[in-house]
Write a protein that binds this ligand. Structure first.
Ligand SMILES: CC(=O)N[C@H]1[C@@H](OP(=O)(O)OP(=O)(O)OC[C@H]2O[C@@H](n3ccc(=O)[nH]c3=O)[C@H](O)[C@@H]2O)O[C@H](CO)[C@@H](O)[C@@H]1O[C@H](C)C(=O)N[C@@H](C)C(=O)N[C@H](CCC(=O)O)C(=O)O
Ligand SMILES: Nc1ncnc2c1ncn2[C@@H]1O[C@H](COP(=O)(O)OP(=O)(O)OP(=O)(O)O)[C@@H](O)[C@H]1O
Length: 540
């Protein structure tokens, strides 16, 4: 998890009265407070600024009203809440012994029976005057590929001369303003502020990742996407959603008239096929050819691997087609690139214009931080974000054909998240690599050794069951920096070391404390150290 400060806000805003904000959420306000002006809307107390309206609604762990005092201390001037929140606020004021002559904090009260989760999006969209309407908006969802596809959209739309704003796991970008992200999809109030910042910066198109959590938690309320895209669905986040059906249902909600105008669905897994059959907005389908899937409206053909990358054709059944090139490795990146292309075409750009723009831009090869990012070449070290079974399998599969020596993988599993994927990832690592180094990811408050044991159980079981002649070394090493170092130092020049799971992340959270850790930095340092040792050995 990235530890990042603040969030993007527009430099100039139109203050709004509490009375008008109350109308926007169908709430009520004391007549004496109706004309109070607020200059921002915020959902997290840590982001509160002077003049803000603090939205205090219940979450999974606590009620936001518990943090109202912190928001007020930071300068918030009013609180929007439900009845439970009002009770908490009043109880707190009594507990701290507010003098009876002091007026209670101004409150916008949500109507009884309303869904408090809707409040932040509705209030912030109204406050910033519905900034999404100034943008053409692309939203990407799916278990894997969201970040990569939004970078591909960004690259393609920029090549088409558009001014692109980006929202996703790695960063939030509006014009020259860039902030590392805390979440893949920010909370509803922060998101509306980001969109208003984009409007102020002259951004005219949005490329955005939409996580399943964000759909369930209504973080994307107040936004109506022009085109949404679905990459794939596989096991992840079961700690939050419970089972795959519910995980799918959360993603499928993006493909409804409330959230989007039209959609593009990759058909390469059963979930994409199910989504295409059930979506209630116009949807076009795309097949890439993984696992013998049905042919979609659009399909990928004539894939040619070469030293300068992969060239392929994305063709429609009506005869339209685009021939493009990418240097991003792995078959999954053909799917991501094809999805970005079709989403742009479905937004109304014709294929000739797209092809010409890409020719001028030299193809579809954006740098995507921490996604199959090669940080050294002897041994080749690749840092990737694969942190679930499907992504890990595909990342290893992508590297195998170009690895002359052994394929080494260093990875761990996240604490306090989906525990069922741990042994599965251990097994997948053994199936795809020759050396498996199990280490730590973000343990959070869980005991790291216990997490490693669960991954190792799956790995050792698979190693024991491996076909004769296929010897896979399964090792345990921690902390993570040491595991990366050990793997790199033990590698031969022709080996590939895949460091998977954390990609661009620069903090490791252990028991509530963020420790600086960047896999790319650790890997480069280890490679430099290894080179020095080799030189020394040769000179002795
Ligand atoms: C499980 C989950 O998604 N939780 C998110 C959710 O928290 P919650 O419902 O538990 O809220 P809570 O902690 O009970 O707090 C209740 C209210 O008090 C407020 N509060 C809370 C604490 C505080 O100090 N001050 C404060 O104002 C919160 O803003 C919230 O409105 O709402 C919070 C406010 O928006 C989020 O910060 C929080 O993200 C947590 C930190 C998180 O780790 N989320 C991850 C799992 C997540 O959302 N991941 C997806 C990507 C998944 C993927 O595809 O890989 C993402 O979009 O990033
Ligand atoms: N289309 C795809 N199908 C399967 N795996 C993919 C795909 N695209 C990328 N991957 C793998 O998944 C990892 C994560 O990719 P990416 O960051 O683009 O996805 P994401 O959906 O944004 O992930 P997250 O939501 O966890 O941030 C990559 O590092 C790569 O290993």
């Amino acid at each position: 998890m990235t530890s990042a400060p603040g969030s993007l806000r527009p430099a100039s805003v139109q203050p709004r009265t509490l009375g008008d904000l109350a109308v926007a959420v169908s709430g009520s306000v004391d007549p004496a407070d109706r004309d109070l002006l607020v200059t921002g809307v915020v959902l997290g107390s840590v982001d509160a600024q002077p003049g803000d309206l603090f939205v205090a609604v219940p979450g999974a762990r606590s009620h936001g009203a518990r943090y109202a005092q912190a928001a007020l201390d930071a300068g918030a001037v009013a609180v929007l809440t439900d009845e439970a929140g009002l009770d908490l606020l009043r109880a707190e004021q009594t507990a701290v012994g507010e003098p009876s002559h002091q007026r209670p904090v101004p409150v916008v009260l949500l109507p009884t029976g309303s869904d408090p989760q809707r409040a932040a999006g509705a209030a912030a969209a109204f406050f910033y005057d519905h900034p999404s309407t100034a943008l053409t908006s692309f939203g990407v969802t799916g278990t894997n590929g969201k970040t990569t596809t939004t970078y591909l959209l960004d690259h393609l739309l920029t090549a088409l001369g558009r001014t692109v704003g980006l929202v996703g796991t790695v960063e939030t970008r509006s014009g020259s303003r860039v902030l590392p992200s805390r979440l893949t999809t920010p909370d509803a109030a922060s998101l509306q502020a980001v969109l208003a910042t984009m409007r102020e910066d002259g951004v005219d198109v949005l490329a955005m990742e939409v996580s399943s959590h964000s759909i369930s938690q209504r973080r994307v309320d107040g936004l109506h996407f022009d085109v949404v895209g679905f990459t794939n669905l596989s096991q992840d986040h079961l700690d939050f959603h419970g089972d795959l059906d519910r995980y799918f249902a959360a993603k499928a909600e993006l493909f409804t008239a409330e959230r989007a105008r039209r959609g593009v669905v990759v058909l390469d897994d059963e979930w994409g096929q199910r989504l295409a059959a059930t979506a209630d907005i116009p949807v076009v389908t795309l097949s890439v050819g993984r696992r013998g899937t049905p042919v979609g409206d659009w399909s990928v053909r004539d894939v040619q691997e070469g030293p300068a990358g992969t060239t392929f054709t994305v063709a429609h059944s009506d005869g339209r087609s685009m021939r493009v090139r990418t240097t991003l490795p792995g078959s999954f990146n053909i799917a991501n690139a094809a999805l970005a292309l079709v989403m742009v075409v479905e937004s109304g750009v014709d294929v000739g214009t797209v092809t010409a723009a890409l020719e001028a831009a030299g193809g579809m090869s954006p740098a995507v931080p921490g996604r199959m990012e090669q940080v050294a070449d002897r041994p080749r070290v690749v840092v990737d974000f694969a942190h679930n079974p499907d992504a890990l399998a595909l990342a290893l599969e992508a590297l195998r054909p170009t690895t002359a020596g052994r394929l080494v993988v260093v990875f761990g599993a996240t604490g306090e998240r989906d525990t069922t994927k741990r042994p599965v990832m251990g097994r997948i690592a053994v199936e795809g690599a020759d050396v498996v180094v199990v280490t730590d990811d973000d343990p959070h408050a869980e005991e790291p050794a216990g997490i490693r044991t669960q991954v190792l159980d799956g790995a050792r079981e698979a190693a024991a069951a491996a076909l004769p002649g296929r010897d896979v070394d399964v090792l345990e090493a921690a902390p993570r920096a040491l595991a990366i170092r050990a793997a790199v130092l033990a590698a031969d020049d022709e080996d590939t070391v895949l460091v998977a799971g954390r990609g661009h992340e620069v903090w490791q959270e252990i028991d509530g404390v963020d420790h600086p850790l960047d896999d790319r930095v650790e890997a480069r340092a280890a490679v430099a150290d290894r080179a020095q040792r080799t030189t020394k050995e040769h000179s002795e």
